[in-house]
Structure formats: structure tokens, C-alpha cells
Design a protein around this ligand. Sequence first.
Ligand SMILES: *Cc1c(COP(=O)(O)O)cnc(C)c1O
Length: 385
Amino acid sequence: MAKKTAKLTKPVSKYKVRYVNPQKQYADHKKEFLKTVDDVFSRGDLINRKDLADFEKKIARMVGVKHAIGVNSGTDALSLSMEAAGIREGDEVIVPGYTFMASVSAICHQKAVPVLVDCKSDYNIDPDEVEKAVNPKTKAIEVVHMNGRVCDMDRIMDIAKKHNLIVIEDAARALGAKYKARSGQWKMAGSFGLAGCFSMYPFKMLGAFGDAGIATTNDDEMAKKLRMLRYNGEDRETRVFYAHGRTALMDNVQAALLNVKLKYFPNWLARRRQIAKLYHKLLAGVDGIAIPKFEDPRYNDSWQNYAIVASRRDELVDFLDKNGVEVLTEWHVPLHKQPVMLPNNISLPVTEKVCAGSVLLPMYPELTDAQVDYACKTVKKFYQN
Ligand SMILES: *Cc1c(COP(=O)(O)O)cnc(C)c1O
């Protein structure tokens, strides 16, 4: 009897290749993580302590900006940035329709109006569509660096400058992603706009052990407002309340754990780029799928996800699942067709096409070459049938 119970409670994965694998990363660095937690708890450093300040400094340096402000989540980074940037009721904010709902919710939290526009085949917002959507009510453009590719920021910043618009970057998936600007300078995601917003959700580029996020900015006033808004609206130095804020700080223990992870981040980023190249090599020329392009030398992606657009998508996902490859589709129902967005008469042909065929293949630094190889072989096998 006891034997049987033991067998039942042992977790057995049906997957040969998991979509994500946080257990593996934990196992690889377990001692260091546990030591860090013990150290932080023993010091009693729970809220707004030096580990958070250290993490903020390191992220600001890495992104190449003056300030970074640690918050609860990527969603809070976006929402508080919209508020700090002065986006208010009735303002229009242009945002891609191909994104996670949080990009749009951040605008709606301010009672502003999200104006959804279409994306291009690289999943990023189409600058031509942005230009068409600008009108006297437009206050800001929120770009989303989808899957770890920076948007065409030369074009976006030109449009913003011409029409005097604020730019907020949803860089939730793009920590470490770079873009070569017209000036010849390589710039990091999160360093272009008034604010850059990153997610430290466990499965993002740099994942916490729970929810966390951070906002980056070069603007001193913006940084000051964000610091107050995340901490109940109070300036903690003068003890004066300037706003009705939230309780939205990044936990100090999460920051301490992220400081540990940051040491490995350059290697993890390099490994993601290696895996993307391997997928590219193994999936080139497979009939039935469109794979991300590498050719444009302006982009050095972070590869949060390796996303393909597949014909007979649902059948493919089924086949992969049956053969032990776990994948994700984004999004089965496009944002503009979700109940919370209805009614509307929005039509986004490229977004709808991408959503109908989207498959995100497994992608994380701990993935082995053999696992990538197996995933690709399984995809090929499906289309040979
Ligand atoms: C994950 C994500 C967010 C939200 O981040 P959370 O930390 O989960 O709140 C926002 N935008 C995009 C594009 C994301 O992928």
C-alpha cells in the first residue's frame, strides 16, 4: 500500500521537452538561492532594502538608463508608468493588437482609450499603422517588443517627435534585446521611451520566484513619481503624501534572488541566442511553417520566445503534445475579440493571421541541443505526414 502511494505521488511528466522548466534552474543553483533567502530573512530586510536598491542599480546600468524602479509586476510597471506619464481619461494611446492584455489594461487603468493597430510579420507594431492612427487626441505610443525583438524604434521615435507624443515601452519580454539605431549606436530595449517596463514573471527573460517587474527611465521626475506611486503615494524621505498610490514594491527577497540570477544572465541570454540559431537551422525550409527571420542586422533579439506561424496549427499542437513536446499558443482569441474589449469594429488582419497559426516552441537556457533537435524532428514529422 505504502509503495503504491509513493508511486502515485511521484511527479511523472509526460513531456520529453517541457515548455518551461523552472525546477531545473532551481536545482542548478539551489544552494546559492537558499543561502540568499536565509541571509535576507535573518537580516529582516523585507521591504525596500539594499538588495532592491542594488538590483535597481544593476538593471539601470545594464539597460543604459539613469533610473530603475522595482515593482510588483510587469503590469504594475506599465500601469504606474502610464499614470506617472500623465496619461488621463480621454487620452488616446496607440498600442499593438498583438500583445498580452496587460499592455492594453495599463491604458484602461487610466481610463484612457487604447487604439489597437496591426503588427508586421516580425510580430512587432507596424509604424505605418501607428502613423495612420495619430490624431489630435493621441497622447502616447506604447510599443511592445514582442518575443524579445525591439520594435523599429527609429521610425517610432520619428513619429513621436513629429507629433509630440510620449513613448512607453512594454519590454516585458525584452531584457537584453538590442537595436542598432540610425546613428549606428546599439541601444537596449527599455532605453528609448519615457519609460521601459520589464516583467520578472518566472518565465520571462529574468524570472523571479513569483511576480515582479521593473520600470526604467532617464527622466528624474518620472523616477520620483514612480517611486512614490509604488509606495502608497508617499515621499518616504520627507514623509509627505503627493498621490494616491499603491502597494506595489518589488519584494526585497525577490530582488536579492534576482541579484543572484543576474550573474548568470549574460550566459543565459547567450544560450537563448544559440538555441534560436539551432531552431533556425533545423526548421529552415520546412513547408507549412513561417519561422523568425535573422537577416536584418539592426536586431539582436533576446529570444524570450521562439515563435512560429504554423498551418494546421491545432493539429500540430496536438501531434507535438502526443509526442511529448509541450508548446504554447498566443493567443487563441486575439485581444480585440476578447469579451473585455467588446463591442468594437476593429479589424487587424496580420494579428488575426498570426494568432491563428502561433506556436511558441520550448525556449529557456537549460534546454539541451538534443531536446531542440527532438522538438524540430517532431515538427518535421508532422508535416511529412
Ligand atoms: C508578461 C507580459 C506583461 C505583464 O507582465 P507581468 O509581470 O506578468 O504583469 C506585459 N506585457 C507583455 C508583452 C508580457 O509578455
